[in-house]
Design a protein around this ligand. Structure first.
Ligand code: SF4
Ligand code: SF4
Length: 384
């Protein structure tokens, strides 16, 4: 039996959020059940892109502050990490996203440490996965004692819903996310990949969902806000997702990205095996994505084509390069030639470490297609 705590929380008032979260944690057995004093605790937030907090696309900075303060008061050290989406066409916005989403400000004020997953790079992990036998996952997870998942309650125009299970996709740094999206645009295959990530992480005992202001309609970035006024907490990410899905009015059977996690026992899915503590009644008039409402099927080949078209690669701009070799030394697969700075794309794993490490902005992200570079240049104006 898995427990899911569902608490009412009217706003992001710091003391209110802290009280609500602390109450559920006390019911679960207290922070000491999950964390030891002086340990490093990573809050894996949802930082999908450079979106302001009020858009509800990212975990709210005050929600992060509340969890972080509680952990700090317990006596542990707080880290905040993610790798943004949107890097496929070369925007690589993680650093900017932390600032725009208001998380950098909170981290500075509270002395929490930000970990940009694109900057620290990946580590190759051998796994017994269904999708893959090896995973290039952020080094940060292995360097932390405990990871706490802080997903956002949101709709998703393609996969209907995004929550605790899907939030771990950000553990894959850089452009490599595009490869996984391309290999598995079919949600059943993509779901296997998400289950692989969860199986590979063995230090993530807690999931705390920000559903105070959630996103409805065409999520995960272009939807409208919905004040759900809820905080969901569980040790079981799948049980948490099941309850959130029902609250949003989604038919659980239609969230196919979770099918693999169900089959591979990432958590409990059977409703009769989930003990809900609190008011998990259906949220009124929650707008679901158009594709879901019209029961539209998806042409996965088209998605593959779009990802292929948009795909960018790192290229060293020789005019800007000062030969410091930070990129060469930081590349986890030795794909950059020390003399010429040419990148061997057969070796490159798209982690973006070189791009993040170059202090001279000499590692640029370019598509092989001219049109995409024009689109990217125009888009970057709006990201500034
Ligand atoms: S980090 Fe930048 S400046 Fe240094 S060698 Fe690489 S591309 Fe050149
Ligand atoms: S060249 Fe190396 S550091 Fe740069 S993206 Fe490829 S694998 Fe990562």
């Amino acid at each position: 039996m898995s427990k899911v705590f569902v608490s009412n929380c009217e706003s992001y008032d710091l003391e209110k959020v802290k009280t609500v979260i602390q109450h559920s944690i006390d019911e679960l057995g207290g922070w000491g059940k999950y964390i030891e004093k002086n340990q490093k605790v990573l809050l894996k937030v949802n930082l999908i892109g450079p979106k302001k907090a009020e858009k509800a696309a990212t975990t709210h900075p005050e929600f992060i502050r509340a969890v972080g303060q509680l952990i700090k008061e317990f006596g542990a050290n707080v880290y905040i990490g993610d790798s943004s989406g949107g890097a496929i066409a070369g925007m690589a916005p993680t650093k900017k996203s932390f600032v725009v989403a208001g998380i950098k400000k909170v981290a500075d004020e509270e002395a929490f440490t930000i970990i940009n997953f694109d900057e620290v790079g990946p580590v190759k992990k051998e796994i017994e996965g269904n999708y893959s036998k090896e995973l290039y996952i952020t080094k940060a997870l292995g360097e932390m004692d405990v990871v706490i998942n802080l997903p956002k309650m949101k709709t998703h125009s393609m996969s209907v819903y995004t929550g605790a299970i899907k939030n771990l996709f950000g553990a894959i740094p850089g452009l490599r996310k595009a490869k996984y999206h391309k290999d598995g645009p079919n949600p059943l295959i993509f779901g296997e990949f998400l289950a692989d990530i969860h199986k590979a992480i063995d230090n993530m005992p807690l999931h705390i969902m920000d559903g105070i202001v959630s996103m409805q309609g065409e999520g995960p970035t272009a939807g409208r806000t919905y004040p759900a006024r809820k905080v969901l907490i569980s040790e079981d990410p799948l049980a948490l997702d099941r309850i959130a899905i029902e609250m949003m009015g989604i038919d659980p059977e239609r969230v196919t990205i979770l099918r693999a996690s169900i089959n591979r026992n990432i958590g409990v899915w059977e409703r009769t095996s989930i003990d809900v503590l609190g008011d998990a009644s259906k949220l009124k008039n929650y707008t679901l994505p158009k594709r879901y409402r019209k029961n539209k099927s998806t042409d996965y080949d088209k998605i593959k084509g779009v990802i292929d078209f948009l795909k960018a690669v790192p290229i060293v701009n020789q005019k800007k390069c000062v030969q410091c070799n930070s990129c060469v030394d930081g590349c986890p697969v030795e794909a950059i030639d020390r003399e010429t700075k040419f990148i061997d794309y057969d070796k490159c794993i798209d982690c973006l470490c070189c791009h993040e490490l170059c202090m001279n902005e000499a590692v640029e992200l370019k598509s092989q297609k001219k049109l995409v570079n024009v689109i990217r240049a125009i888009s970057s104006i709006f990201y500034k």
